[in-house]
Design a protein around this ligand. Structure first.
Ligand code: SAH
Ligand code: SF4
Ligand code: F3S
Length: 441
């Protein structure tokens, strides 16, 4: 049997955009330590999983992977568990999967170089922070996977403690980067040819510049005004911290995309209170009304949890009526999943899984009708799209509008739009989850 090649790694990422971007930074760090990324577990000396713990299913994935590849330990391969499950489970992971050498939460990635040395020496390494760190994970080299569109983390952690959510426990307290360092990264990306930037944070709009120079809305505008940047997005906004100045920034800066993801979770003020979301249905709708009154048409998407403990049928109906009222452009619906450490774990009145599933289906069916109608209103309209790829089988290009809608389009005879360029497309057909069109020359 050939010896396992050392200094090669394979990394698989689960979870949200924050994790995807953390992985790009982890890859940059590993490369700076002399490692080379490979695309299969078989070719790798070090196998890393950047994990998610938001729902039980997500957490189970990493343990399935570890069980599947346990036998590879015999070839000298090492395993590392990073991210939210690592921080949540800590050293218990070594008990459950003894072939793991490294467990590291996201607030400890700055220690990765030393930890790599430790595991190379055959020891175990742990990087588990209490919630008290005030450092952000900045690296000299971030290995971004897409050359046109890239993420910048502006705030890490979360101080909100919604009753159902693990994030405050897995990612530590809120800490923002200085506006100067965010802008420097945006300029560097523009110099490298990036035209779209997505600013990231679990609570992106709780951003507070440690240098005291700008508010979140001002930072948005400043990034959007970096020469060469054509699109700026941001995710995820918390309704409590969502002010009218964000809407004004979108109105006045054309490069800020006309899309806001504003998770509501429930349409019932009673459930929102039990979830500790810090706003009522009415306060949430007030924020929606600011966006609807804007001079630009802002597309709005949300996250919803069905079957939170004690959610009655009539409270669920309030969520359905909220969909009617807001007319979202898209929703992500989830069945409530009880999570370790969270206050909701101890709540009584659990909703049976079959009932959660029924509510989720009802939610998605209603939303499908809304999206069908909303998207149909785009027929005949021309959108600027950024080309993201090609569907060879259907001879169609795939692009995205500023409103974050997927546009599948045909190019007129012989035209070959390149990935990363911006083209105009007229909408010729609409579907619940996408638009279709033809490129206009
Ligand atoms: N920071 C963002 C979202 C973080 S997690 C916010 O505050 O809205 C992404 C989504 O996962 C949440 O919006 C929520 O809808 C869902 N989610 C979080 N914890 C969950 C749980 N325990 N069960 C089901 N869905 C959950
Ligand atoms: Fe979780 Fe709430 Fe923080 Fe969002 S705001 S990450 S849902 S605790
Ligand atoms: Fe999952 Fe952690 Fe993101 S729990 S959703 S990877 S912050």
């Amino acid at each position: 049997m050939p010896a396992a090649p050392s200094k090669t790694f394979y990394l698989e990422t689960f979870g949200c955009q924050m994790n995807v971007h953390d992985s790009e930074k982890v890859i940059g760090t590993l490369i700076s330590q002399g490692y080379r990324q490979v695309s299969t577990v078989e070719d790798a000396g070090l196998i890393l999983y950047n994990t998610c713990s938001i729902r039980d299913k997500a957490e189970q994935k990493v343990f399935h992977r570890l069980a599947d590849y346990k036998k590879l330990q015999a070839q000298g391969k090492k395993f590392a568990v990073l991210g939210c499950v690592a921080q949540q489970e800590g050293e218990k992971i070594f008990e459950r999967a003894p072939h793991v050498s490294m467990v590291c939460g996201s607030a400890s990635y700055r220690n990765l170089p030393q930890m790599l040395v430790q595991i190379e020496a055959g020891k175990r390494a742990t990087g588990l922070d209490d919630r008290e760190t005030d450092e952000c994970f900045e690296t000299e080299f971030t290995s971004r996977s897409n050359p046109h569109r890239g993420y910048i983390t502006i705030i890490e952690g979360c101080d909100k403690f919604c009753a159902y959510c693990v994030v405050p426990f897995t990612r530590g307290k809120e800490r923002s980067r200085t506006s100067g360092s965010v802008l420097a990264e945006a300029r560097q990306m523009a110099d490298l040819g990036y035209s779209e930037i997505q600013l990231l944070g679990q609570n992106v709009n709780s951003y507070k510049d440690p240098a005291g120079k700008c508010s979140f809305a001002e930072l948005l505008a400043a990034v959007a005004e970096v020469p060469g940047i054509k699109r700026v997005r941001f995710t995820t906004s918390h309704p409590r911290d969502f002010g009218p100045d964000i809407v004004q920034a979108i109105e006045s800066v054309p490069t800020l995309c006309d899309h806001v993801h504003l998770p509501v979770q429930s349409g019932s003020t009673r459930v929102l209170d039990a979830m500790q979301r810090l706003y009522t249905r009415e306060q949430y709708l007030e924020r929606i009304s600011w966006m609807k009154a804007a001079k630009r048409e802002i597309s709005i998407t949300t996250d919803i949890i069905v079957g939170f403990p004690g959610e009655t049928e009539s409270e669920f109906q309030e969520t359905l009526s909220l969909l009617d009222e807001v007319q979202y452009d898209g929703i992500f619906g989830f069945k409530f999943s009880p999570r370790p450490n969270t206050p909701a774990l101890k709540l009584e009145d659990a909703i049976p899984d079959a009932e959660k599933a029924r509510r989720l289906t009802a939610l998605q069916e209603k939303q499908r009708d809304i999206q069908m109608r909303k998207n149909a209103s785009n027929l005949g309209r021309v959108f600027e799209v950024m080309v993201e790829g090609k569907n060879e089988a259907r001879a169609q290009w795939i692009g995205r509008t500023s409103q974050n809608k997927v546009m599948n389009f045909k190019a007129p005879n012989g035209a070959v739009p390149e990935v990363g360029v911006y083209v105009s497309v007229v909408t010729t057909a609409t579907f619940p989850n996408s638009l279709a069109g033809e490129m206009v020359i």
